[in-house]
Design a protein around this ligand. Structure first.
Ligand code: HEC
Ligand code: HEC
Ligand code: HEC
Ligand code: HEC
Length: 183
């Protein structure tokens, strides 16, 4: 028996309905997936992308380059400083010179543009912090910054006052923070 016209229409409609459900479902799943990865990145320990894909793990970890080779002013000034691109090229003129990330170094160097590194460790504006005082007391970088030599991209943190106070109490350092650290 041949199917009546209404039956034919119905089966047609059922096919369309399942297709519709399929596509709506796919969109909903993709949107949820996107939002999930956008707001909860799979590797939460990775910091913001930097203009050059520089890795502390490779340099300070595997290649064991001393922190102070690059952050030369850490025991001499208030600001340890981020190395200028000249310092990178000191090695990379010869090492993996044609790597696309190293080409970026040349671009910054040739155009005289300071590399726009993103800052990752923060202190509130009005807090005074001096590296020199702390390095002189032989406090390791890692006590405040964590195991930098294991990180590809630094995650950083925003230091809170409790962090300073806890150690100052333990090491019997100045607790008169209102005078010493706030200006
Ligand atoms: C003392 C030498 C030295 C200095 C200074 C140096 N690097 Fe390197 N860099 C290396 C070595 C060694 C490697 C590993 C090369 C290899 O994998 O063959 C490397 C690898 C790299 C890589 C590739 C990383 C990867 O994922 O494989 C990048 C990008 C890089 N360096 C960027 C920089 C930048 C930016 C600076 C300056 C802030 C810098 N380097 C300073 C020695 C140096
Ligand atoms: C080869 C050069 C090099 C070496 C060696 C190196 N750094 Fe760095 N460091 C950089 C560069 C370039 C940046 C800026 C890019 C970034 O944040 O990854 C940086 C950023 C940082 C910052 C973050 C500053 C901010 O933006 O708030 C800290 C903290 C730091 N380094 C600590 C260390 C410590 C601790 C070591 C040793 C274990 C070390 N670095 C070794 C080149 C170096
Ligand atoms: C007692 C805690 C402490 C120790 C120890 C310490 N740091 Fe820091 N570091 C800080 C704080 C706090 C900041 C943020 C300062 C700011 O925003 O002005 C910072 C910022 C930095 C920066 C970013 C500088 C900038 O100009 O933006 C670098 C690079 C750095 N530290 C490297 C080092 C290195 C290398 C060592 C070890 C030789 C070290 N630090 C040891 C607390 C510390
Ligand atoms: C891991 C331990 C440690 C941490 C963390 C630490 N400090 Fe200190 N700090 C010390 C020690 C030890 C001294 C004493 C240095 C000296 O006697 O020269 C000191 C000294 C100082 C001084 C000089 C005080 C004076 O006598 O004039 C200031 C300012 C200071 N710290 C600010 C800070 C701030 C701000 C923070 C938080 C961002 C901080 N410190 C975090 C150990 C620490």
């Amino acid at each position: 028996m041949t199917p009546s016209i209404t039956e034919k229409n119905n089966s047609h409609k059922r096919v369309k309905d399942t297709q519709l459900i399929f596509w709506v479902g796919l969109i909903v799943v993709s949107v949820i997936g996107f939002l999930f990865y956008f707001y909860i990145p799979p590797a939460t320990d990775i910091g913001a992308a930097q203009p050059i894909a520089f890795s502390h793990r490779v340099h300070a970890g595997i290649k064991d380059i001393q922190c102070q080779f690059c952050h030369s002013y850490v025991d001499r000034s208030i600001h340890p400083g981020i190395p200028p691109v000249e310092k990178c090229l000191y090695c990379h003129k010869y090492i993996i010179a044609n790597h696309p990330e190293i080409q970026k170094e040349h671009m910054y160097f040739n155009t005289g543009t300071p590399t726009p590194w993103k800052k990752v460790f923060y202190l509130p504006e009005h807090v005074f912090f001096n590296h020199q005082r702390h390095i002189k007391k032989e406090i390791a970088c890692g006590e405040c910054h964590g195991p930098i030599e294991t990180m590809d991209r630094l995650k950083g943190e925003s230091f809170k006052m409790g962090f300073c106070i806890t150690c100052h109490k333990a090491k019997k350092a100045n607790l008169d923070c209102w005078l010493a650290c706030h200006n």
